[in-house]
Design a protein around this ligand. Sequence first.
Ligand SMILES: NC(=O)c1ccc[n+]([C@@H]2O[C@H](COP(=O)([O-])OP(=O)(O)OC[C@H]3O[C@@H](n4cnc5c(N)ncnc54)[C@H](OP(=O)(O)O)[C@@H]3O)[C@@H](O)[C@H]2O)c1
Length: 245
Amino acid sequence: MSLNGKVAIVTGASRGIGRQMAIQLARSGAKVAVNYSSSRGKADEVVMTIEQFGGQAAAIQADVSKVSEVEALFSETLERFGRVDILVNNAGILENNAITDVTEEIFDRHFAINVKGTYFACQQAMKHMAKGGTIVNFSTSVSGAMLPTYSVYAATKGAVEQLTRQLAKEFGPKDIVINCIAPGQVSTDLFLNGKSPELVDSFRRMNAFGRLGEPEDIANALELLVSDKARWITGQTIRVNGGFI
Ligand SMILES: NC(=O)c1ccc[n+]([C@@H]2O[C@H](COP(=O)([O-])OP(=O)(O)OC[C@H]3O[C@@H](n4cnc5c(N)ncnc54)[C@H](OP(=O)(O)O)[C@@H]3O)[C@@H](O)[C@H]2O)c1
């Protein structure tokens, strides 16, 4: 697959799944806006990795929970690379809490980053994305597994899945496809932070292969969705989870 001449924005690309997706999109030829919130050094390292194999990328700071910063992310990308063909709404947070421990601040922060960030980046895509573009949002397989302590997080991802379905017919006339990847447990900070080795092990045993997903497993699925062969797939949520659910 060649993405030569295409420009991608990957939100939350300083670490974890986003980092790997940025690198793989760049390996396929795309120029990549490597968005981050606070990890400047890590985002610069992703850009360096891409430049080392001859790719082009730029680290662009923007807190996706702020509409003005999402707008700036698009305008900086357009200034730098001239167009936007691929938007990957990957930035997200997860805090596990029993319902009685959820504060208004926790609730609002999750919705601001996971839902509002995705929504207003889609709005920017409607305004600025080139015809023939691709949007990939991020949900979670937990929205199907319905595990305890995930209520706020899963609610945000349920909203992302619905807005993916909802927006498909608004983007269709612009020849833009929009889909959602719902990973299972992937070995990143988001999944590992705060979990005991025993708990991590029990998650490892819940899928068909007895291992955690790796960022590359998810980045490979992204590559399928951005390929020219996937243009009849839109409005869908695709679980990428080794058979977890
Ligand atoms: N890992 C899993 O098991 C798993 C499973 C299902 C779904 N997912 C989904 O996959 C996506 C990526 O998860 P991950 O595991 O790679 O997470 P991660 O390792 O924690 O990385 C999160 C990334 O999001 C960025 N980010 C956080 N808040 C942001 C904000 N307000 N504005 C812009 N960027 C922000 C972080 O940037 P900084 O470094 O600057 O903070 C970082 O680059 C998320 O949407 C997550 O819900 C993950």
